[in-house]
Design a protein around this ligand. Structure first.
Ligand SMILES: [Zn+2]
Length: 420
């Protein structure tokens, strides 16, 4: 066994714990090269697609149709943002999967790459072939536009989903919606549940959670860092009740309502041993520091929290929390796409600080399988490099490095989500 750590990590299967694989995007047969860039984090290099509290938008730019691919439309990604890590990741994946050996997308080869992308996506097998080539055995998708999606009929038996709870924490009025346009009251109606009073709302949420297993949903997903601050304070029930039924409750009541519902969902989840996956960092960056959720984590020691993205840029604060609170797991998703060099630094520290080897897992966080493929290639390379460095310094031995690699790539996720 004198193959390199890189070769060892390359061949391991991956359980991918976070994607935005949406049926309407993955099953669309007319996809071109420009769309791969627009519906990816490379697109975020051009424009942040979500709103800050001071902004508004009419529709989700990530779900907008792309025009025909032209060099003029591609150039802003490839030239103006050509040094950005998201762009580098996607370019590598596109040329590997669709190209004929050239390492970059250029004026000379973009048309043949565009034709290859369009031809590949017309084949229904494309998505499955690329997941297989990436050695991804299971995908947990976050269909933020349809929080009740059972992904299995449309996307395949190897898919599971999480239930986005943002709209539930904002559901004080039938007209209230989260930043993705979801309405708690519409979701409840879809499954035949009512919410004519605050108390009925609480009971209906419990029933909504009870339906998750039948929809292939394996965790609650809190992405409220895109809707509000994530300081989930001690529940204040009278103030939370005061928001009920109001179209525009005062900020304090809206916050109390959200805090109360987030707590309520944790109580429901704990009773059913359902984990909570939570977005931390970036989002509404003024108020998405990981310590904002420390109170929630303390109040719910029985909930297994899967905290995302290394809470970038506060990865060290998150690692400190994961050392103190033993109900925290780390979802490394996106952190290695955003900054490979910071990821390596943070992974070195995480290996040293985390109390045991069960704590880390990863996902792609992407709309198209090309970007997912690139994300997993990048993750494998960076994880192997960090493990090689640890081996070279004598930190641990090869058996430990291999065991940790297996844990990060698939074993931890299987245990955490109880996947069979
Ligand atoms: Zn995501």
């Amino acid at each position: 066994m004198n193959n390199s750590m890189r070769e060892y990590v390359e061949q391991l299967p991956i359980v991918d714990v976070h994607e935005h694989h949406l049926p309407e995007v993955l099953l669309e047969r007319e996809i071109n090269l420009l769309q791969l860039f627009q519906q990816s984090y490379a697109g975020w290099a051009q424009a942040r697609p979500y709103c800050l509290p001071s902004e508004s938008r009419d529709s989700d730019p990530m779900l907008a149709a792309a025009g025909p691919t032209t060099w003029e439309a591609l150039a802003p990604f490839l030239e103006e943002s050509g040094s950005n890590s998201f762009v580098r990741n996607l370019v590598r994946a596109v040329v590997e999967l669709h190209g004929s050996g050239a390492p970059e997308i250029t004026r000379d080869n973009w048309q043949s790459l565009d034709a290859a992308v369009r031809a590949a996506h017309r084949r229904p097998e494309w998505q499955r072939e690329i997941l297989k080539r990436a050695r991804i055995t299971t995908v947990i998708t976050d269909a933020y536009n349809d929080p009740l999606l059972d992904p299995r009929p449309a996307l395949g038996a190897n898919y599971r989903s999480v239930m986005r709870t943002n709209s539930l924490a904002l559901g004080w009025h039938p007209d209230s919606r989260d930043h993705n346009g979801s309405s708690a009251h519409e979701l409840l109606q879809r499954v035949g549940l009512g919410a004519d009073s605050f108390d009925e709302y609480l009971t209906s949420l419990e029933k909504l959670v009870d339906g998750m297993a039948s929809r292939g949903q394996v965790a609650l997903k809190n992405a409220l860092a895109y809707d509000r601050d994530i300081n989930f304070d001690e529940p204040n029930e009278p103030l939370a009740r005061a928001a009920w039924g109001k179209a525009a409750p005062p900020l304090a009541e809206r916050k109390a309502f959200g805090d109360f519902i987030v707590d309520h969902l944790c109580r429901i989840g704990a009773a059913r041993d359902l984990p909570v996956q939570m977005h931390l960092g970036t989002g509404i960056i003024r108020s998405s520091h990981p310590l904002g959720v420390a109170g929630l984590i303390e109040r719910h020691p029985r909930i297994r929290f899967l905290l995302m993205h290394l809470a970038y840029p506060w990865s060290r604060d998150l690692l400190g929390m994961a050392f103190v609170y033993r109900n925290i797991w780390l979802d490394l998703t996106w952190s290695f796409l955003l900054s490979p060099s910071h990821f390596k630094l943070a992974l070195h520290e995480a290996i040293e600080v985390l109390p045991n080897e069960t704590r880390m897992m990863l996902g792609g966080d992407n709309w198209h399988v090309e970007e997912t493929y690139g994300a997993m290639q990048t993750a494998r390379r960076l994880i192997a490099e960090v493990l090689e460095e640890k081996l070279a310094s004598g930190y641990f031995n090869r058996a430990t490095a291999e065991r940790l690699a297996r844990r990060i790539l698939h074993e931890n996720a299987r245990e955490f989500f109880k996947l069979v």
